[in-house]
Design a binder for this molecule. Structure first.
Ligand code: HEM
Length: 76
């Protein structure tokens, strides 16, 4: 259900935390633009633009910082 798409910020591993960060970044985009056709029409613009891809990386990095903090940096 929509209200449970993100039940927890906790992940077993840093790699899973990174995947979660990517999902959070993508979720922000699809929450903002709910027209799937529009998303697919605009996809090539960023997919073929290096600066856009660097921007995407930065957004994911911000989310990853939050996820990592929530997981106490996966310290043992
Ligand atoms: C696909 C990440 C922004 C539209 C993907 C994929 C990733 C990704 C990892 C590949 C998924 C896969 O092949 O399994 C992100 C992140 C974003 C972002 C982290 C922002 C920080 C956007 C924006 C748009 C968009 C702004 C459209 C305006 C799409 C679409 C696909 C896609 C339509 C599917 C392409 C296909 O399956 O052929 N995105 N994206 N994304 N993205 Fe983004």
């Amino acid at each position: 259900a929509e209200e449970t798409w993100l039940p927890s910020l906790m992940t077993e591993t840093p790699a899973e935390g990174f995947d979660l960060a990517v999902s959070m970044a993508r979720k922000a985009v699809t929450t903002t633009q709910t027209d799937i056709d529009a998303l697919h029409a605009l996809r090539p613009n960023y997919a073929h633009d290096p600066q856009s891809l660097i921007d995407v990386s930065g957004v994911v990095a911000d989310y990853f910082a939050t996820v990592a903090a929530a997981n106490d940096y996966w310290r043992e």
